[in-house]
Design a binder for this molecule. Structure first.
Ligand code: SAH
Length: 234
């Protein structure tokens, strides 16, 4: 059977590229995002009662990678990028149907100038991600503390300590009114070490850049340290 499903809304998030997005929601707590509902779903009625829930399940489309196909096995970063496991034993983005599932914090509902949106926290979603379903998270059914977590038994401990150069500090100060949470956010994002698995555990001279909001965050990694050298407007 083939189905057609409709985009219900679009994510507006500081993550402007895939690089450095955490591998699951909840890992970067200070991130905030919006889910803007699209017509004909942009009616307050579809959200009636939703604010009673602290968290939501979002089904979404891996729209940026959906053209890249899939393989029966994948190498999860969690296993160091060497070992293969079945695609359905992972949360890989490269799946037969490019559907993602994330549980996210619900902070509130926004409504202004004919637009209707949900304020969300701790998402792992790229800016522009199409949302295809929204459901409340129901603790009694969805929280299973006794469940076995396979090769990802617990949240990874962020491996890096993040510091900021004098130049980056000045830029943070300049940006403070527009992005008050920026230092915390950059620290949380980079502490996870966003580099591909094969780069880890070796000397690395590379100057990396990642786009958050409209900013290019530049950094270098010498394990276990990450130095943010500059934060420049794109
Ligand atoms: N929690 C989801 C996603 C896990 S994969 C699930 O389990 O299904 C998480 C990765 O998805 C992130 O690291 C990010 O790189 C990627 N991602 C997020 N939004 C995406 C999008 N719209 N298209 C492609 N990849 C995306």
């Amino acid at each position: 059977m083939k189905f057609e499903i409709d985009t219900l809304g679009i994510i507006h998030s500081p993550y402007k590229e895939k690089f450095a997005i955490p591998r699951q929601p909840g890992l970067v707590k200070s991130i905030r995002a919006r889910l803007e509902l699209l017509p004909p779903y942009d009616q307050p009625d579809v959200l009636r009662g939703i604010e009673q829930f602290s968290h939501l399940w979002l089904s979404f489309v891996f729209h940026q990678t959906m053209g890249q196909g899939w393989h029966p096995t994948v190498r999860p970063p969690r296993l160091g990028g060497n070992e293969r496991v079945g695609v359905f034993a992972t949360r890989s983005t490269f799946r037969p149907n490019p559907l993602g599932l994330s549980v996210v914090e619900l902070h509130g509902i926004g409504r202004e100038r004919g637009k209707l949106w949900l304020e969300l926290g701790a998402v792992d979603l790229l800016d522009g991600t199409p949302i295809v379903d929204i459901k409340p998270y129901i603790p009694y059914a969805d929280s299973l503390p006794e469940a076995r977590g396979g090769f990802a038994p617990e949240a990874p401990t962020p491996p890096l300590a993040v510091s900021f150069s004098a130049e980056a500090e000045q830029q943070l100060a300049r940006l403070a009114s527009r992005h008050p949470e920026l230092r915390q956010l950059v620290s949380e994002v980079l502490a996870q070490d966003p580099r591909p698995a094969y780069k880890k555990g070796k000397p690395d001279e590379k100057l990396y850049g990642v786009r958050l909001f409209d900013l290019n965050v530049r950094f270098q990694i010498q394990e276990p340290h990450c130095l943010v050298s500059a934060i420049d407007p794109v």
